[in-house]
Every structure is written in structure tokens, then in C-alpha cells.
Design a protein around this ligand. Sequence first.
Ligand code: 0X9
Ligand code: ZN
Length: 351
Amino acid sequence: MEPTRGKNILDVVLVKPDELYRETKSAIRNENPPLSPIEEELENRGGHRLTWHRYHQYKDIDSYLGYLAKTHNDICQTEVIGKSSEGRDLKLIKVSNGAANKPAIWIDGGLHGREWISPATVTYILLQLVEFRDQHPELLEAFDWYILPVGNPDGYEYSHTTDRLWRKTRSKWAACRGVDPNRNWDFHWGEGTVTTHDSCREDFAGPQAFSEPETRAMAEFLMAHREQIKIYLTLHSYSQMWLVPWGYKNEKPKDYYDMYVLAEKGVQALQSVRGTDYLLGTSPELIYAASGGSDDWAKGVAGIKYSYTIELPDKGNYGFVLPANQIEPVGEETWAAIKAIAQQFSQMTHS
Ligand code: 0X9
Ligand code: ZN
């Protein structure tokens, strides 16, 4: 199937032409409204100031995790699984009712700095899972959840303070700063093209696999919990696609159909919310082949059978600079998808 997009994704994702900057300048200005006085006040009351109608910097997301761990300490626990190159915490939150021997679902976001809708959606998922838990008690009955809203905090922060379209980490190995954290995982690392060994490219794979403390910390955690984690989800943007491994080559794993069928449930539930259309397939089929991705590693090395990359909206109209009024609608439909695959997985394993 031919993806329908406003722009050629390779132009937008992998290069950063001047026109893109010119074009996005006014979009960037309008993207993110300031905090309201009530939100500012909340911050001073020892609460949190995270909202789902604007994009927030790392510290607001970080303190929301702290807030959840404090106010919902019966089900939430935070863990710093490592530090970024610039020393920021990689803070993960575990949501669990404490009962033993349950399968787990992992969700990460913010691996690419500029994809702001990703951490916003991951925190929306947390909000539903924790603060609205009474609406879907079965989700905590059936699963433990490991959630890392910002996998690349340095890149995320840099995209807020300095360069809105920054994608990579902020490490410095060579002439140019930053490594693409979705080319850095140790599964067929560096295969495919020679150019990803150029530090100045947006998809620089790094000097070696797992050169980045961010990807290393995530991999160590996933490896330590590989028996328990049954579904690996990583949220990116943009293009409205649900990507199934393999991403590194145009071939499908033997159990592709199992992965496809579960993903289909997610896509159907998502589309039923407000008709957003998603394409389902592999990355080489729908966009391009790229090695060193977290999805491939989760499946190929950690052995997590159901591993997916979800490319959130939109399809290129705003691209990475999606207006903040889209956070709630995107959150709602993505949450519907995640609920659907969780429920389907439970049914499959209990029949
Ligand atoms: O290129 C990427 O890393 C992902 N797209 S994005 O626009 N968010 O950068 C797609 C990754 C798909 N998975 C693999 N190729 N393994
Ligand atoms: Zn991405």
C-alpha cells in the first residue's frame, strides 16, 4: 500500500532543509500556548503543573512522575534507570497493583527530541492508567506497566530551549553533536547504509552500538525484565503508522502474522474514536529500512514477541510541530488502541 502523506517522509525526517525551518517558524510560534495563572499557581502548591493542553518541558513531566508516586503510592513507583549524557534522570514509573506473576507492558516516548506529541501522549496514558484507574480496573488486574515518558531528555530539552527540530541525543563523539537513539541499538547495528556513520547526519548511529547512556539504560532494564514484558511499545511521530518489525530489512519475522493481528485490534480501536487513519505494516514497506531501532532490538535480542513503533499524528501538515490542542484527541485515540491490545492479549492468553 502506498502511504499518503503531505510530504516525502525522508525529506522531513532525515534532513533539515532551510525551507522546513522557514515553514515551521510560524507554526512553532502558534504550537504551544503559555501556562494559565491557575497552572502557575498549582506549581506553587506542591502539586504538579502538567496539563494536556500544552507541551511541557522535562522538569514538569519529571515532577508529574514524582507526584504520581506520592499521591498514588499504592500502585506507582518511580525508578531512575540511568542518566542521560548531560546528567538528567531517565525516570521510569512502574504501575502495578502489587500482585505477583503478571505479564507487563512497556511504553516509552520521547526517544526523538522534537517529537513532542510522544511524551505528551505517554503522560496522557499514565493519567488514564493511574488517575482514572476505576474506569478500567481490568488493566491493572491483568498487567504491570513500565512507562518511560522521556527516553531522550537532553534532546527533548534542547528542542524546547534552542532548536525546535532537534532529533538526536546531545552526546559529543565527533564533529557534530548527538546520536540518533533509534539507530544505536545493538541488533544489526550500523548495517544498511554507510552514511549513518556520519556524525553530522540526523540518523548518525553512533561510534558503536549502545554508545548512548540512554539506549544502554533502557536496554539493561528491558533485558532484566525480558521474561515479564510481553508487549514493547515505543511512541514516535509523525505519519500515523503502526510499525511492525523488522525495521532493518525488508523481511518479516516468522510470527509476523501474530504481531499483525494484535496490532490490527489496536488500529481498529484507534480509528473508531474519530476516524484517524493509520497504516499498518513494516517500516521498509511503508517508509524506509533502518537498522539499530529499539523495536527490532526488543524483539530480536530481548525476545519480546509483540514489539511495535507507533508513529503518532499527523501526516505532515504540521509534522513535528503539532499544535497543543491535538494532545487530548491524540491521547484519547492512542489510549483506546493500547486498551484494545491489552484486552486482546489477555483474552488470547486466557483462552
Ligand atoms: O526512523 C525512525 O527512527 C522512526 N521514524 S521517525 O520519524 N520517528 O524517526 C521509524 C523507526 C521504525 N523502526 C525501525 N526502523 N526499526
Ligand atoms: Zn521518532
